[in-house]
Design a binder for this molecule. Structure first.
Ligand SMILES: Nc1ncnc2c1ncn2[C@@H]1O[C@H](COP(=O)(O)OP(=O)(O)OP(=O)(O)O)[C@@H](O)[C@H]1O
Length: 251
């Protein structure tokens, strides 16, 4: 099976001159088509930085990102890179702040549609996408700020699906939601992940196990463990102290 997305030797430094942090210190990771991977690790371990780099939103200081058959995304000219980005659906942690406040929920989704689907056909596609994530198409006319957190997160999933991506990347998509809303967002995501590749950041090992068949554990910008999600707790403890810590912290 070929890699849907991969990175080689990725280094990412963040911050200004005074406080420079190496958020990623040489990451090699290959994710096969159809795989579902949960990126876990303690706060500040580099999870968000890694998925931002994988989604081609953030350029690494060193290393290469391969998407589909393209071996080095950032070597492409701007247009090629933009086209490649459309093969990846991005679901951010905080949907509301990622939406343009001048847009209704429907416009947020419509804006992401490929050019050939915009214009007249757009309303139908937007309604279909909203229905797919379990929202009433009427939600299209609402301002995102008037939707619940869970509804907004589902709009973010609909927006990510608008480009018909091969890979879905989600950064803590259920943060701040109550359990029922979390459940609905995760259900929608797992349905949409079928037949696609999924990369999901979560601090919750239960979510990781529910959504993924592989766990990538980050620790201070490095991969501390890369194991099947079904790994027995005893073996996991042996493999990596960082994973052991996560297991202990999970009720
Ligand atoms: N804009 C920034 N400027 C400086 N340092 C940053 C910036 N963004 C992140 N960092 C630092 O980079 C490291 C990795 O951050 P990152 O957000 O990727 O971690 P994380 O594992 O996603 O954390 P969390 O679980 O808290 O969201 C941390 O030490 C963080 O403080």
């Amino acid at each position: 099976m070929s890699a849907a997305i991969a990175c080689t030797g990725v280094v990412r430094r963040l911050g200004g001159r005074r406080r420079r942090v190496e958020a990623l210190s040489g990451i090699d990771l290959e994710i096969a088509e159809g795989e579902s991977v949960a990126v876990v690790g303690r706060s500040g371990s580099g999870k968000s930085t890694l998925v931002g780099v994988l989604a081609l939103l953030d350029r690494p200081d060193r290393g290469r990102i391969a998407v589909g058959g393209v071996p080095d995304a950032w070597a492409l000219p701007g247009r090629g890179l933009r086209r490649l980005r459309r093969r990846v659906g991005w679901i951010p942690q905080d949907a509301l702040s990622s939406f343009d406040p001048r847009f209704t929920a429907g416009e947020v989704v419509a804006e992401a549609l490929p050019r050939e689907e915009s214009g007249r056909a757009a309303a139908g596609r937007v309604a279909e996408l909203l229905r797919r994530v379990g929202l009433d198409p009427e939600a299209a006319g609402r301002w995102p700020a008037t939707l619940s957190g869970g509804e907004r997160q589902r709009v973010a999933v609909a927006r990510a699906l608008a480009v018909r991506p091969e890979v879905l990347i989600a950064d803590e998509p259920t943060t701040g939601l109550d359990l029922l809303a979390q459940d609905r967002v995760l259900d929608v995501l797992s349905a949409e992940a079928r037949g696609r590749t999924l990369v999901l950041v979560t601090h919750d090992l239960r979510v990781a196990r529910r959504m993924a068949n592989r766990l990538v554990v980050l620790d201070r910008g490095r991969i501390a463990a890369d194991v099947p999600a079904s790994i027995a707790p005893d073996e996991a403890r042996e493999r990596s102290p960082e994973l052991a810590r996560l297991i202990e912290a999970t009720p």
